[in-house]
Design a protein around this ligand. Structure first.
Ligand code: ZN
Length: 374
């Protein structure tokens, strides 16, 4: 009984100090009506509402909640925050991230809660146990049969948007016994063009420099779905992998595989060249899911010949999917970055980045600054 009282007094003290701080912050800029976003974030970053609640088990929290409810004037904001806290503990990491988004979108100033959920996300190791991965039985006729329901060897891109229309956000493993670890498709890495918009066109892959006759290897294990000449790609190979990804290798000089061949990660599939619409010899490399081109830089760290993360989240958006590697919630601003570029990289909008980070479109970005991107 004594313990409960002690915790209750402690909790009320902490909570009231936070509400008090909130009032102070709002009052602080007397002349401008600007929302004191940044300041509030910094202030609340050190607060301990979440940590205090964390030390209590759900039963204790419920007791506090019930006793608050009995007050003549129950503190609605605090109570709704406790309600939300109890929910957050049961969410997956992605759900919590989406919840954060909705808090930002709601327009109310939930910065204390937002920061505490952030701290919770950072401090907690989310187990994969309850995660559903969008892959697959390995004994089917062709890789990722459940995802695609087709195996078309006559063209590189046979899929229509119908294939992913009803999809939602999903998780993908990149390393597994059946598709092996990543192997760099070319030996010497010189990136000559990255994914994204350039000169009014969308570049749906990454360009890796090579000499004609250089070896091109499959990045992951899988089955060759297409090997042939196709338009601007020239000679092109598409490999389907068990996790549902397809990798594409274009402007090739000579094929070393044909459709239906099984390949292991690192197996020779072709010799590089300059076929099709290519200004010089290079490998145009794409990573696609259900036909949607993903930014390969979000999946593969080409220069270090490694994966960015072992798992990715494919976030459903208006045009298809954006790949976000695990462990990335914040982006560190590099020289030459601007808001639109970062927004595009993470499949979001400048507006959302501004909201998420409490900044304006014209706020100068500092090199080294961390921007929340998911
Ligand atoms: Zn290219």
């Amino acid at each position: 009984m004594g313990f409960r009282k002690y915790y209750f007094v402690l909790l009320v003290l902490v909570l009231s100090s936070i509400s008090f701080a909130a009032v102070e912050t709002e009052k602080e800029p007397p002349t401008k009506s600007d929302k004191p976003v940044k300041k509030a974030v910094v202030m609340y970053g050190e607060q301990t509402l979440f940590n205090t609640l964390e030390q209590l088990d759900d039963e204790h929290i419920q007791l506090h909640y019930d006793s608050l409810k009995k007050l003549a004037n129950p503190p609605q904001l605090i109570m709704s925050q406790i309600e939300l806290f109890l929910t957050v503990k049961t969410l997956t990491k992605l759900e919590a991230a989406l919840l954060l988004d909705s808090l930002f979108d709601s327009g109310d100033e939930h910065y204390a809660l937002i920061n505490q959920i952030n701290l919770f996300l950072i401090d907690h190791d989310f187990s994969d146990a309850e995660e559903e991965f969008a892959y697959l039985e390995h004994n089917s006729n062709y890789p990722a049969q459940l995802i695609y329901g087709s195996w078309i060897t006559t063209k590189p891109h046979p899929y229509s948007p119908e294939l992913y229309k009803t999809d939602t956000t999903q998780r993908l493993k990149l390393v597994d016994r059946s598709f092996g670890d990543y192997v760099s498709p070319v030996d010497k890495i010189v990136v000559t063009s990255r994914f994204g918009h350039r000169w009014g066109k969308t570049h749906r892959g990454i360009d890796l420099d090579l000499q004609v006759w250089d070896e091109v290897k499959s990045a992951f294990s899988g089955k060759v779905r297409f090997a042939g000449y196709f338009g601007g790609y020239g000679r092109v190979v598409v490999v389907r992998h068990d996790n549902g990804l397809e990798t594409l290798y274009a402007h090739l000089h000579r094929f070393k595989v044909k459709a239906g061949d099984d390949v292991k990660a690192g197996n020779l599939i072709a010799l590089g060249g300059s076929s099709g619409n290519s200004s010089g010899s290079h490998l145009h490399f794409e990573v696609r899911y259900k036909g949607v081109a993903l930014n390969p830089d979000q999946i593969i760290d080409f220069e270090n010949k490694a994966l960015v993360a072992q798992k990715i989240t494919l976030i459903k958006n208006s045009w298809g999917f954006t790949a976000i590697p695990d462990g990335v919630e914040y982006y560190t601003v590099r020289r030459g970055d601007y808001l639109f570029k970062i927004a595009e990289e993470y499949g979001t909008t400048c507006n959302d980045l501004c909201k998420m980070n409490g900044i304006r479109r014209n706020t100068p970005l500092q090199v080294g600054q961390k921007i929340r991107v998911i």
